[in-house]
Design a protein around this ligand. Structure first.
Ligand code: KG4
Ligand code: ZN
Length: 336
């Protein structure tokens, strides 16, 4: 069974062909980062228009690379995300499915991130804890099986990737700031500033990063007033990164302990952060699983895989679905 996955929920156009026997056969990705960088963040209308330009040529490229004319099924990200952007993959997937007489499966973007690790050679067994950390989401999810998702904690304000991006912007780094901030932090001292570790003193597993962001903003203002921002930028970046990562790791350990889970899956763009990986490895006694770097960030392969897994359970749809806000917990558990 070959499933073509389409991802257009935000600022990446991703297409991949996944074969249930052979794994990823071909994939292509176009990032819109350059288009949005001048605005310092994603502009929804520009995102939708660029997906329209890119998606069909990428589909043709992937099919050609795979040496096939059509897949057995189509899967597309149906939400959560920017509605105009979601409509691009939703519209094309449904149109192609009608022309090719094949099933089409709407996929939850976060389920895609959560399952991406199953594309690796040594995937985790269920149950596991998932730490999903991207530009739009920070979540801890208890995963019992496909479709058995319990959200243990989520962000009350900014997602952690957003906090990285906003902090990076304050420090004069280009969008998306996460990787650039991590690079700048490498030459700084992480205990130069004592930034708050948000929500650690509170019970529960929710995140909040606005207090940390404000603390950084005050230090940046102070440095600007003193005219020494250039000399303290790396220290601010390193101290911010350490505070954000300490928070993620502490909540992850807390969740794993309370749920008695020995496996943790980290996914989403911030999962590429090296400090997160090293601190988690040092502090968690169980096993940590990551998708490879290009499957941590948005991609078509995770959508194709999730679609294939859902199709195996008989899931398909007959109209275009585009849902801006969509709880992971409302997804169906497989019948089988
Ligand atoms: O999963 P993703 O590609 O897109 C969303 O679904 O949001 O995540 C993108 C986010 C951005 O906020 C980016 O700054 C952040 O992931 N990111 C990082 C790193 N690489 C990407 N944040 C911290 N450290 C990194 N190395
Ligand atoms: Zn994502």
């Amino acid at each position: 069974m070959q499933v073509l996955g389409l991802e257009t929920s935000c600022d990446e156009t991703g297409v991949a062909l996944y074969d249930t026997e052979r794994g990823i056969v071909a994939q292509a990705l176009h990032s819109q980062i350059d288009l949005h960088a001048v605005y310092g963040g994603v502009v929804p209308e520009i995102a939708s228009r660029d997906h329209i330009r890119r998606l069909l040529p990428l589909v043709q490229q992937v099919l050609q690379e795979a040496g096939i004319e059509r897949p057995d099924a189509l899967a597309y990200t149906a939400g959560p995300g920017l509605v105009g952007a979601l409509m691009v993959a939703g519209g094309l997937a449904n149109g192609l499915a009608m022309a090719w007489h094949c099933p089409v499966i709407p996929v939850h973007h976060m389920e895609g991130h959560l399952l991406a690790v199953m594309l690796e050679d040594d995937p985790p067994a269920y149950p596991f804890l998932a730490l999903l950390v991207s530009g739009g989401h920070s979540m801890l999810v208890s995963v019992g099986a496909l479709g058995d998702y319990r959200v243990l904690g989520t962000t009350l304000d900014d997602a952690v990737g957003e906090a990285f991006d906003k902090t990076a912007k304050l420090l004069g780094l280009d969008y998306p700031g996460g990787p650039a901030l991590a690079q700048l932090a490498a030459s700084g001292t992480e205990d130069a500033y004592q930034f708050p570790r948000p929500m650690l003193h509170k019970k529960g597993l929710d995140f909040s990063f606005s207090g940390l962001k404000t603390a950084v903003m005050l230090e940046v203002r102070k440095a600007n007033a003193l005219g020494n921002l250039e000399s303290v930028r790396a220290d601010i970046a390193a101290s911010f990164q350490r505070a954000a990562i300490d928070t993620l790791v502490a909540k992850t350990l807390r969740a794993a302990k309370s749920e008695e889970l020995e496996r943790v899956v980290v996914a989403g763009g911030v999962g590429a952060n090296q400090l997160l990986r090293s601190v988690l490895a040092a502090q968690f006694s169980g096993q940590v699983y990551y998708p490879r770097a290009d499957l941590c960030t948005d991609n078509g392969a995770m959508i194709a895989l999730a679609g294939a897994m859902r199709l195996a359970d008989g899931c398909k749809a007959d109209n275009i679905q585009a849902t801006a806000r969509w709880s992971l917990e409302t997804l169906a558990r497989p019948q089988t």
